[in-house]
Design a protein around this ligand. Structure first.
Ligand code: F6P
Length: 366
């Protein structure tokens, strides 16, 4: 039994991610095992504001580990960004004698977690997002399943592409991060990947398709990050037109690469979580409870080189902003020169890793 905690609350917020249920289950069972009651805030922070909680007993989380989505629902709650909304949420937490919170989601969710921590409610974050865009963590809950879902669906497109000797340009989710796009491009044998982290040469891509078609390749797949919503449809049209003109010019209909566009959209967020996501969610859920009961707050659980560990939310947010180049003046004032250097090194290595993987992909995509 934890000396300090009587009751804690768990929530899932932001875009749902496969494995969130497994994390809720792990938090619930780990807390219950230590004699602490667990409440689920329905629809993320919204439930706290509107006093919509449900008790999570061990039985309530039964048969949930294999389910996708989030059975305690999710929301991107704008009301929680306002002080009045936060105060309502805190009043409801106090009313229910809730002493701590575990918040599962992405960077928006962590901003809410920091707000609660700073107002005296111990809060721990768990990265649950298909995008894998929490720089401080090598892996986020839902990322592996999302990639598997993309691969399963692109394989289907591949079947029909090969039959008809076509090209399929597929746009996949990931917000501003190219992790899903690049990894699935490798795993599906795509000829090109369009990601925010690396430059893309459209002309070189079309020339490659023509060269490969001349060599006898029938089908082509291109995976495009949703960060470029115009690129997929435009590239599809261009490949179709350029190769049609070429086939007419050379009087060789085999050179025509008819292309189709597919936006995978929210399909990528569904589906039963993979083994890897279930394990990650379980380990992170238990670690979050351990950290909370050890008296920690304002931190997130992360995975680094296969190990579960933690870091400060502020640290993770600064790292994210450094990585994305969106740092604002004064944000690093609280950090020492050594800490900043360590962060810069971390980012440099991460970016270099991306470039190496992209180069490897392009070498094989032939
Ligand atoms: O952050 C997860 C994510 O699925 C992103 O990949 C995508 O850009 C966004 O959420 C879509 O949000 P919504 O479900 O609100 O349309």
């Amino acid at each position: 039994m934890s000396a300090k905690f009587r009751k804690i609350c768990v929530l899932t917020s932001g875009g749902d991610a496969p494995g969130m249920n497994a994390a809720v289950r792990a938090v619930t069972r780990a807390a219950n095992a230590r004699g602490v009651q667990v409440m689920g805030s329905l629809g993320g922070y919204r439930g706290m504001i509107h006093d919509e909680f449900v008790e999570l007993t061990n039985r309530a989380v039964s048969n949930k580990i294999q389910l996708s989505g989030t059975f305690i629902y999710s929301d991107r709650c704008l009301e929680f960004k306002e002080e009045a909304g936060m105060q309502k949420a805190i009043a409801n937490l106090k009313k229910h004698e809730i002493d701590g919170v575990v918040a599962i989601g992405g960077d928006g969710t962590f901003r809410g977690a920091t707000d609660l921590s700073q107002r005296g409610i111990p809060t721990i974050g768990i990265p649950g997002t298909i995008d894998n865009d929490i720089t401080a963590s090598d892996n986020t809950i839902g990322f592996d399943t999302a990639m598997q879902t993309v691969v399963d669906n692109v394989d289907r497109l591949h079947d029909t592409c090969e039959s008809h000797a076509r090209c399929n340009v597929v746009e996949v989710m990931g917000r501003g991060a190219g992790d899903i796009t690049l990894n699935t491009a490798i795993a599906t044998g795509a000829v090109a990947a369009v990601i925010p982290e690396c430059d893309f040469d459209e002309e070189a891509c079309i020339n490659k398709i023509i060269r490969l078609r001349r060599e006898g390749k029938r089908s082509f797949l291109i995976i495009v990050s949703e960060a470029f919503p115009e690129v997929g449809p435009a590239l599809t049209k261009k490949i179709t037109e350029v190769t049609r003109e070429l086939s007419e010019k050379e009087n060789n209909d085999k050179l025509w690469v008819e292309s189709k566009f597919c936006r995978m959209a929210h399909i990528v967020r569904g589906g039963s979580p993979t083994l890897s996501d279930r394990l990650l969610a379980t380990k992170m859920g238990v670690r979050a409870v351990d950290e909370l009961f050890a008296g920690n707050s304002d931190i997130i659980v992360v995975e680094r080189e296969g190990k579960i560990t933690t870091c400060g939310i502020l640290w993770s947010q600064i790292l994210d902003r450094m990585y994305k180049g969106t740092l604002k003046e004064g944000m690093t004032d609280s950090l020492s020169a050594d800490e900043i250097k360590e962060m810069e090194k971390f980012i440099e290595e991460k970016k270099a890793g991306f470039k190496t993987t992209y180069a490897m992909f392009n070498e094989l995509a032939n």
